[in-house]
Design a protein around this ligand. Structure first.
Ligand code: GRF
Length: 191
């Protein structure tokens, strides 16, 4: 199974995927890693791992439609079976998702449909829930919406800060992302 991974930040979840592939534990080919802005650590660490990288800089396009078209073209060039949004902080168009037959996987640091959006960890803490977690799902063109594949709960401790909680969630999120990719890859394996 060929994947293209999209990142906006440090890409620590992506690193878990790279590690699993390199260890021979995940039968996936990371065809490329792309970002929506220059200078992300996610792209830097991918290049260091010998993976093709590209940037489709959101700010370099006159509008969202043109950026979406450029992103679609850049990703499509790698012929992925699945596109993975791993901390990719942009909403893509329905046309982008259609171009990959809906095979657009997202991870989110909350138990969807609760606390979607860019601040899922902060919003869960602000609400005062005692349990949050993470979700891996097929993304549609909404904000963290689409069919859920896997979820796992993480308890919120009294002395948690947004950072300590997010770090604990990410430990679970990495495992869930890798195991979800492994299940999908099994379905793509030659019979
Ligand atoms: C993850 O928790 C992801 O779900 C969220 O941002 C974080 C990305 O972290 N949207 P990283 O870039 O993989 O370190």
């Amino acid at each position: 199974m060929r994947i293209v991974v999209l990142v906006s930040g440090t890409g620590s979840n992506l690193q878990a995927v790279i590690d699993a592939v390199q260890a021979g534990d995940l039968d996936v080919e990371i065809a490329a890693v792309g970002a929506d802005r220059p200078g992300t650590y996610g792209v830097e660490r991918s290049a260091a791992a010998g993976i093709d990288t590209f940037v489709v800089d959101f700010k370099a396009y006159p509008d969202r439609a043109e950026w979406n078209a450029a992103l679609t073209e850049a990703v499509a060039a790698y012929l992925p079976d699945v596109v993975v949004s791993s901390g990719f902080m942009r909403i893509v168009s329905p046309e982008f998702i259609d171009a990959f037959d809906g095979k657009y996987l997202n991870t989110h640091p909350a138990l969807l449909p609760s606390f979607p959006g860019a601040h899922g960890v902060r919003d869960a803490m602000a609400y005062g829930v005692k349990v949050t977690g993470c979700t891996v799902h097929w993304a549609d063109a909404g904000v963290d919406t689409g069919p859920i594949i896997a979820q796992e709960a993480v308890a919120i401790e009294d002395d948690d800060t947004e950072d300590t909680l997010h770090e604990r969630i990410k430990v679970v999120e990495r495992r869930l992302l890798v195991s979800t990719l492994a299940s999908l890859a099994a379905a793509y394996a030659p019979q």
